[in-house]
Ligand binder design. Structure first.
Ligand code: DGL
Length: 268
């Protein structure tokens, strides 16, 4: 197939990366997409870097066999610990979610105090801090893992008293640092945007990595002359490593769209 007309591939540890896919489709409705959710092995956020890297290689190998033109590592955890290694094994552009989020945060902060929330593995890796400091070493960065947020979102609890109380408890510490910008450094957190925003208050700007990644993908396709040329409706394929039922049920909420053409596969 002509390289331009090949699909964009996106992988995540599970359902969460659909927040990134949604923004990609919104930004570039004419592009074909293939999504892989490693639902049999989610969550990645509590695993060691070695395990996350091995899973990411297996996901990459599967997607690369599908004749893709660009790969998006939608999982913050996989991007944090394995992006450079993934880039070294495939000869196509590979985009992670950390750099676009870090760049947008540095651009947004006025008082040079940025907060990052994410999984334990993402925060432990210091990936956001390193990139932010590389852009502006005077910025103060505070990281905080919020592991329960993933379960709440998976459960469909994205608003209400209990969610607000949990958010208040988690975010108290980061709020006390006087940050004016907070990066939602996990695929699931954009679904909690309203609650997080309410808890953090008006003075804190939230950075949704998904939106920034979609803009970056668009820019790369334009610069590399890889924009799709075909006019017919593009392909939207989904692959999961566990039963598709739950993925469809929860995923359609993330995507705000129907999930058709889904198949269970083995990547390992
Ligand atoms: N996709 C993961 C991330 O963005 C969250 C879920 C998990 O722990 O696998 O870090």
């Amino acid at each position: 197939m002509n390289k331009k007309n090949r699909p964009i591939a996106v992988f995540d540890s599970g359902i969460g990366g659909l927040t990134v896919l949604k923004e990609i489709v919104k930004e570039m409705p004419g592009e074909g997409t293939i999504y892989l959710g490693d639902t049999a092995r989610v969550p990645y956020g509590i695993r060691s870097p070695e395990t996350v890297i091995r899973y990411s290689f297996e996901n990459t190998r599967f997607l690369f066999s599908k004749d893709i033109k660009l790969l998006v590592v939608a999982c913050n955890t996989a991007s944090s610990v394995g992006l450079d290694k993934i880039k070294s094994v495939v000869p196509i552009p590979v985009i992670g979610v950390i750099e676009p989020g870090a760049k947008a945060a540095v651009k947004a902060t006025k008082n040079k105090k940025i907060g990052i929330i994410g999984t334990e593995a993402t925060i432990r890796s210091d990936s956001y801090t390193r990139l932010i400091k590389a852009i502006d070493r005077d910025v103060e960065v505070s990281g905080l893992p919020c592991p329960l947020f993933v379960s709440l979102v998976e459960e469909g609890w994205t608003e209400g008293d209990i969610v607000t109380q949990i958010a208040e408890r988690y975010l108290k510490e980061i709020k006390s640092k006087g940050i004016d910008t907070l990066v939602l450094g996990c695929t699931h957190y954009p679904l909690l945007k309203q609650v997080i925003s309410k808890v953090m208050g008006e003075g804190v700007r939230l950075i949704d990595s998904a939106v920034e990644v979609a803009k970056e993908v668009k820019a790369i396709l334009e610069i590399s002359g890889l924009k799709r040329e075909q006019k017919e409706r593009p392909l939207r394929e989904f692959y999961v490593t566990d039963s598709p039922d739950r993925f469809i049920k929860v995923g359609e909420r993330f995507l705000e769209n129907k999930i058709e053409h889904i198949e269970k596969i083995t990547v390992s």
